[in-house]
Design a protein around this ligand. Structure first.
Ligand SMILES: Cc1cc2nc3c(=O)[nH]c(=O)nc-3n(C[C@H](O)[C@H](O)[C@H](O)COP(=O)(O)OP(=O)(O)OC[C@H]3O[C@@H](n4cnc5c(N)ncnc54)[C@H](O)[C@@H]3O)c2cc1C
Length: 263
């Protein structure tokens, strides 16, 4: 990565003007992932002066500023207890503390990386995102947007609910990307299932969710069937980490284990 001009902006207006004015401009968050890129960035926009690195816990929500590092999310005591610590669990498996001290939650969400461990978790938590121009949209809407490079993600908003949740990822070695990851959640209203690292980005298992949400009690057959529906409805691919067929089989097993935990 080569940067021609580095701007440490003092307002979001300033940042927005720089993004929209130039196609080869880019927001730099932690820069941990961007630095692997070979591209030349004409205007790099650093948001670190804008006080966007706070986690605010209100009565009904957690609001996490885009520049909050993954490590600070991981160390937050309230998040450690929220839904069995599912957010913290998904983050704490990413590389080492050095990387998590640099990488931010904003860069993680805005990057929409297929391998992301956090995104499936945020999906089942019904996360909303506040953008500078787009305003508030759901994470699912954002993941489905075609093309995105002209807005600023300001914060991640998570509704506080009570329930059980489980994140499971399969890695070949601890520092590698997930071969597949699964997030399963159950609260007083519903059960949610999301699958990521397919190797494409995380999506809901909508048919499986519809199936399981018809039941009030859950026996082994119901759980097995739900896991099987998930592995059939989600589309998988092959890459250097795993074949499509292996991912299908892993999906069924991991969803089953997740459901057994949360139900
Ligand atoms: C060596 C390494 C290994 C990793 N392994 C894993 C792993 O196993 N699992 C996993 O889930 N993740 C992994 N990651 C990814 C990491 O967790 C972060 O998601 C990634 O580094 C992006 O965060 P960042 O702060 O570095 O963003 P940056 O690299 O600074 O930015 C990423 C992208 O987001 C854009 N952006 C950043 N902030 C904003 C904003 N506020 N508004 C709009 N756009 C924005 C940038 O312009 C850029 O396009 C790994 C990263 C590294 C470097």
């Amino acid at each position: 990565m080569k940067i021609n001009n580095y701007h440490k902006v003092n307002t979001l207006d300033e940042a927005y003007a720089l993004i929209t004015g130039n196609k080869s401009s880019s927001i730099i968050a932690g820069g941990a992932w961007l630095k692997f890129s070979k591209k030349t960035i004409e205007d790099a926009i650093d948001l670190s002066n804008l006080n966007l690195d706070k986690i605010v816990e209100a009565e009904e929500t957690f609001e996490i500023g885009c520049m909050t590092t993954l490590r600070n999310v991981e160390k937050n005591q309230s998040l450690q207890n929220f839904y069995d610590g599912i957010i913290v669990k998904s983050i704490s498996e990413i590389m080492g503390i050095q990387i998590r001290n640099i990488a931010t939650i904003g860069g993680t969400v805005a990057g929409r990386y297929g391998f992301s461990d956090l995104i499936p978790v945020l999906l089942v938590l019904d996360t909303k995102l506040l953008f500078y121009k787009k305003g508030t949209i759901t994470l699912e809407e954002f993941l489905n947007l075609k093309g995105f490079n002209s807005d600023i993600l300001i914060k991640i908003i998570i509704n506080k609910k009570i329930g059980k949740a489980k994140f499971i990822s399969m890695r070949k070695t601890s520092n590698d990307f997930s071969v597949i990851n699964v997030a399963v959640l159950k609260n007083d209203k519903e059960c949610k299932i999301a699958v990521g690292a397919r190797p494409n980005g995380a999506i809901f298992a909508k048919k499986a969710m519809e199936y399981i949400n018809n039941f009030k009690t859950y026996n082994k057959e119901v759980i097995d069937e739900c896991a099987s529906i998930t592995s059939k409805e989600i589309s998988f691919g092959s890459n250097s980490r795993a074949s499509k067929e292996y991912r299908v089989e892993l999906c069924r097993v991991l969803v089953k284990r997740g459901l057994q935990e949360v139900l």
